[in-house]
Structure formats: structure tokens, C-alpha cells
Design a protein around this ligand. Structure first.
Ligand code: SF4
Length: 233
């Protein structure tokens, strides 16, 4: 379904904001496309959200000339943020909706970026709080149950939100609601979300007319592939 979207974005002659922003979006899409094509990725925190950390941190490193050590430290900060979210909410779309996957990855990225640019601990967690506030309520509704649509484009939008949150937090603009309470809100929303919005492909975009048509086609293609596989065995 994804058809080289990252490459098209990377090569497009018009940059909406700046060439750096264009690269950020292309990279977040690209890493996630590798996952959707069954390539090898680092689940950060999940395979469905695997484009956000590479997209944001690679671009940040390039723009600011940061060392690999600095980026590794930022990844560790991101891992710590994920551990906190995992304890109070969830990192899985099947448990907490897409807010738990792409939302958590964006929060990890925002905190890591603020740390990499010299932010203190309050700024790091304020970036996490702001990011979660922007991602709350996002449902998990993958078309045909495949982690492609809308997952790939959500990696790009989450990467953009991570950047806006980091920018706000670096300026010490408060998210007002403390980070622990934001994580708790994420957990509470995830717990009350209907199961059709938790990776079951029964609601949201998966339940649209087009989503259902794609699901039917995928099922038919799977059935058509089966006899050949049996013959080769
Ligand atoms: S929609 Fe669901 S499967 Fe796709 S990235 Fe979000 S949580 Fe993962």
C-alpha cells in the first residue's frame, strides 16, 4: 500500500517549511516503510512506531553536528521515558491505542531531543508532557490489520509533533499538567477505549468502505497464494 512514499517526499522539489523538515518527514516515513515491508527495524518502542526516533534524532544530529555519543545518550533518555510510560500506561496499540505507540515514541523522541540540545531534566519531562497532550486519544485502526495505513504517515506526524514539543519545552513554556498526570491520562484513556480501536481492525479507518475493500482484497490474495505454497512444500 505504501509505494515508496518516503522516496517521493525526499525527492520532491518543494519543501513546505525547510529542506531539513522535508528530510525529517522522509526519514520517519522511510524507517517505518522498512518495517511495513518486513525489513529489520529497531522497535522503539514498537515496530509500528519505529520511524519516529530514527527520523528525529538522525535529523537533529545532522542539523546540530551532534556526536554519536550524544545521540546514544538521548536514546537512553528515550528508553527511560518509555519505561515510565509502560509502568503507568502502555506502549502497545493493542492495549492503549495508537497514542500508546506513536504517542510514546514521539514522547521519547521529544525528551531525547531536548536532552541532546542541553535541556535540563524539567525541560525533558515538560517535552514529554506536551507531546503526550498532543497525542492523547489517538486510536489504533490499521487497515486490513496490516501495520501500514495509517501507521506509516502517523510516524511522520508524530515526528513533527516531537519537534514542536521540544521547541516549546526548550523555551520553558510549561505544559501545565505535570508529566506523571499526562501519562496517567494516557493510561485512563487507553483503558476506556473500545476494543475496536485497539488493533482489531474493526473500527476507525479500518472500518471505512475503502479500508474494508482493501481488507477483502488482501484476504483474497492470501487465499490465492496458499495453493502455490502448498505445492512448493
Ligand atoms: S495504528 Fe495501531 S498498528 Fe498502526 S502504528 Fe498506531 S498503534 Fe501501531
Amino acid at each position: 500500500m505504501i509505494q515508496n512514499g518516503a522516496k517521493k517526499v525526499y525527492q520532491h522539489p518543494v519543501a513546505v517549511l525547510s529542506p531539513e523538515f522535508q528530510k525529517l518527514i522522509a526519514r520517519a516515513l522511510a524507517a517505518k516503510e522498512v518495517n511495513s515491508c518486513m525489513g529489520r527495524v529497531v522497535a522503539a518502542p514498537t515496530a509500528g512506531a519505529s520511524g519516529i526516533l530514527p527520523g528525529t534524532l538522525y535529523t537533529l544530529q545532522e542539523i546540530h553536528g551532534l556526536s554519536d555519543e550524544c545521540i546514544v545518550e538521548s536514546l537512553l533518555v528515550g528508553a527511560g521515558i518509555a519505561l515510565i510510560i509502560e509502568r503507568k500506561a502502555s506502549l502497545a496499540g493493542a492495549v492503549g491505542g495508537c497514542q500508546a505507540e506513536t504517542g510514546s515514541a514521539a514522547a521519547m523522541a521529544a525528551g531525547g531531543m531536548v536532552h541532546a540540545l542541553g535541556g535540563d531534566i524539567d525541560q525533558v519531562f515538560n517535552a514529554v508532557a506536551i507531546t503526550i497532550q498532543c497525542m492523547l486519544g489517538l486510536v489504533c485502526d490499521p487497515v486490513a490489520g496490516l501495520v501500514e495505513v495509517p501507521c506509516v504517515v502517523r510516524n511522520a506526524s508524530a515526528a513533527a509533533i516531537a519537534n514542536s514539543s521540544a521547541q516549546i519545552a526548550l523555551a520553558r513554556v510549561s505544559g501545565v499538567i505535570p508529566v506523571d498526570e499526562c501519562v496517567e491520562a494516557m493510561g485512563e484513556i487507553g483503558a476506556s477505549m473500545e476494543s475496536k480501536y485497539k488493533e482489531t481492525a474493526l473500527g476507525g479507518l479500518a472500518a471505512t468502505l475503502t479500508g474494508q475493500q482493501i481488507a477483502k482484497k488482501v484476504l483474497i490474495e492470501d487465499i490465492e497464494i496458499l495453493p502455490d505454497e502448498n505445492i512448493s512444500e
